[in-house]
Design a protein around this ligand. Structure first.
Ligand SMILES: Nc1ncnc2c1ncn2[C@@H]1O[C@H](COP(=O)(O)OP(=O)(O)OP(=O)(O)O)[C@@H](O)[C@H]1O
Ligand SMILES: [Mg+2]
Length: 335
């Protein structure tokens, strides 16, 4: 269990800024997710916490202890990266035990800890296998066991599931969350998958171009984002300008906020067929649990998502009325 504090941490490569001066505190036992587009600095931030990359300025503290002078192996940080990077010539047990050997832990004690770590990720029976004899998901779990066996203060996970298929990702994502809660280890998890971020995190940090754009609990960030960037990055949304009179450009039955921009999630728009409806279905996509419509209403094109089971699928060209299930959400800083 550990608190992480970053104070004015910054990193540039030549003239290109990877991380602009950043302050961030991760609470003891918190599961924090870094979410942002490719190149926004997520891995750079993780590498600095791990001690693999040195910051240009600022301080990193774990449990109040300044990390500046400590090399990676002295920071007691468990790492799992996108490529599992297991040693191919070592068995599963030897891979997991490697960090303990490096730390000079006695053989018997190490063997017991390896066994316990493998049990945690459900891999005990495969201890004697080699990485090439494992599936991708099993290899990923070995990487996880290897990270937790050292009983880290902090667990850093950089897109650990991105090599896996959708079903397995979902499964491992649950395992990971359960494991983190059982161990009560402070975790930072990098992803650019918004569903993964929401499913896992206590708190999400949305990053762009080396900066924190917005942060919050998943439900708050999704339902009440402050910025257009966060609104659009966390799932799909319609960003619509409100008229000077505070109205949306069509009659919704719900009053809009004052002049500015609002975000309306596709699932918050109810679509009903109406012969004199102001909207028209431009196209539709059947997604299984929902149907997604692109609808033209007075020259504005909106995305609406209908997950009503048993409702008829409205063909292209259908005239429709649109009503909002919740008031449109005002965005800041986008006029
Ligand atoms: N060793 C390096 N030398 C030069 N530039 C680098 C180096 N490492 C990273 N960068 C640059 O720093 C920026 C941030 O990179 P980083 O790897 O942190 O992004 P990321 O958010 O992890 O992206 P992704 O989602 O693609 O993994 C990028 O513009 C990248 O090109
Ligand atoms: Mg990265």
């Amino acid at each position: 269990m550990s608190q992480i504090t970053l104070t004015g941490i910054a990193k540039a490569y030549g003239t290109s800024v990877a991380i602009a001066p950043m302050d961030l505190t991760v609470a003891d036992g918190e599961f924090l997710t870094l979410l942002g587009p490719s190149g926004c600095g997520k891995t750079t931030l993780m590498r600095m916490i791990a001690g693999i990359t040195l910051p240009d300025q600022g301080a990193i503290r774990i449990n109040g202890r300044d990390m500046a002078a400590l090399p990676p192996e002295k920071r007691n940080v468990g790492l799992v990266f996108q490529s599992y990077a297991l040693f191919p010539h070592m068995t599963v047990a030897a891979n997991v035990g490697f960090g303990l050997k490096m730390r000079g832990i006695a053989r018997d004690a190490a063997a017991e800890r390896v066994r316990a770590a493998l049990a945690l990720v459900d891999l005990e029976p495969l201890a004697a296998r080699y990485p090439r004899e494992l599936s991708g998901g099993q290899q990923q779990r070995v990487a996880l066991a290897r990270a937790i066996v050292i009983e880290p203060d902090v667990l850093l996970l950089d897109e650990p599931l991105s090599n896996l298929d959708a079903k397995l990702r979902e499964h491992l994502r649950e395992d990971l969350r359960n494991l983190q809660q059982r161990l009560r280890v402070t975790a930072i998890y990098v992803t650019h998958d918004q569903a993964e971020a929401m499913a896992l995190a206590d708190r999400i940090i949305v990053m762009d171009k080396g900066r924190i754009v917005e942060e919050g609990a998943p439900v708050d960030l999704y339902r009440a984002p402050q910025t257009r960037f966060a609104a659009e990055f966390l799932g799909q949304t319609n960003v619509v300008a409100v008229t000077a009179a505070g109205l949306l450009p069509w009659n919704t039955g719900v009053a809009g906020p004052a002049d500015g921009m609002v975000s309306i999630r596709p699932e918050d728009i109810a679509v009903t067929p109406a012969l004199d409806g102001a909207g028209r279905v431009l196209s539709l996509t059947f997604l299984g649990p929902a149907v997604e419509y692109r609808i033209d209403i007075g020259g504005t094109v909106l995305r609406a998502r209908d997950s009503g089971t048993g409702t008829a699928i409205l063909p292209q060209g259908t005239q429709v009325d649109l009503t909002l299930r919740v008031p449109p959400h005002p965005l800041q800083g986008v006029a």
